[in-house]
Ligand binder design. Structure first.
Ligand SMILES: CC(C)(C)CCc1c(C(=O)O)[nH]c(=O)[nH]c1=O
Length: 310
């Protein structure tokens, strides 16, 4: 069995990447990932200036997954750009960089800096970044998304990707696919970000479990797998020439297999990595190998996108 993947000019010996935001905020965390079984690593979404993020508790786990309102705590884009400058891109596993500016101007300033640096990294632009007051997140504002991508494409002259929030309506799948179809620079889409503004309740305490936003936070883990798989399959169908990275609900070789069957080129692991640590990547990789052996597949391409319908 061969788990190798070559896409957008990068080679991975297995399809597993951390989800941006998990175990990737500091150099120490990124180095731990670099030494893990991950096939590639991605940095925490960065902003123009460092951010402390929201007051704690801002993350909580449940039997079925997680809830978070971290508030974009990160060391600022220069810190991650510096890590990328010192990175051994030629010999080490691929490095991806996540960008999530607090404004259009911030996104353009960061993307121009990444363009200037001309590093062999893939940039994942987080469309869950904030919009103007009174407007939904960028990913739920199709005109704002189109404008952002058009402006970014002018300052960042290489292929890049976007991290998408989950969509729940076929019309929205179509509208967002049209926006992405209209932007030739988009080489990949990562589906999905956490399902926004869920509420977890601690029954004993009769209380919410995180402090920000009166307990509202992005939901990850088992809760989101069906939504993640639907977004992967729908965008893979609508954007045949682009890659889809699957993210959401992967905790074993089984869900990784499902994401690839639905059309994902590679996959990202979030909540499970947060809860179990980097050893989960070794476990998930080995489980995926066993599953492929049981099913008689030699490579990921043997079953990628081959989800049967009835
Ligand atoms: C939600 C934002 C804070 C605007 C972006 C960063 C982010 C966060 C976060 O830093 O709170 N959490 C997520 O699950 N997904 C994200 O994209």
């Amino acid at each position: 069995v061969d788990l190798a993947v070559a896409w957008l000019g990068i080679q991975m010996d297995n399809p597993l990447i951390n989800a941006s935001g998990v175990m990737c905020r500091t150099v120490e965390e990124l180095e731990a990932l670099r030494h893990s079984a991950a096939g590639a690593l991605i940095t925490k979404s960065c902003t123009l200036e460092p951010r402390k993020g929201n007051p704690e508790p801002r993350y909580a786990s449940t039997a079925l997954g997680s809830i978070n309102s971290m508030g974009l705590p990160n060391a600022g884009y220069r810190y991650y750009l510096d890590y990328a400058r010192r990175y051994d891109h030629e010999h080490d596993k691929p490095l991806l960089m996540s960008v999530s500016g607090m404004s259009l101007e911030d996104n353009l300033e960061m993307m121009a800096a990444f363009d200037e640096a001309a590093l062999p990294v893939l940039v994942e632009l987080n469309l869950s970044c904030p919009n103007l007051p009174g407007k939904p997140q960028i990913g739920y504002d199709f005109e704002a998304s189109a404008r952002l991508l058009a402006e970014v494409s002018k300052v960042y002259r290489r292929p890049f990707g976007v991290k998408l929030p989950p969509y729940f309506d076929p019309v929205h799948f179509g509208e967002m696919a049209d926006v992405l179809d209209g932007c030739p620079s988009i080489g990949f889409v990562t589906c999905i970000n956490s399902i926004g503004n869920g509420l977890v309740i601690d029954l004993e305490r009769e209380s919410v479990v995180i402090r920000p936003k009166d307990g509202l936070g992005g939901i990850g883990g088992d809760y989101v797998l069906p939504t993640a798989l639907a977004n992967v399959r729908e965008f893979a169908r609508r954007l045949p020439g682009r890659h889809v990275i699957g993210c959401g609900g992967i905790r074993s070789g089984r869900e990784a297999f499902m994401h690839i069957l639905a059309g994902a080129t590679v996959v990202q692991v979030g909540t499970c990595l947060y809860e179990e640590g980097p050893a989960c990547l070794t476990r998930i990789r080995d489980e995926l190998v066993c599953l492929m052996q049981d099913k008689g597949y030699r490579t990921l391409a043997d079953f990628r996108g081959c989800l049967r319908t009835l």
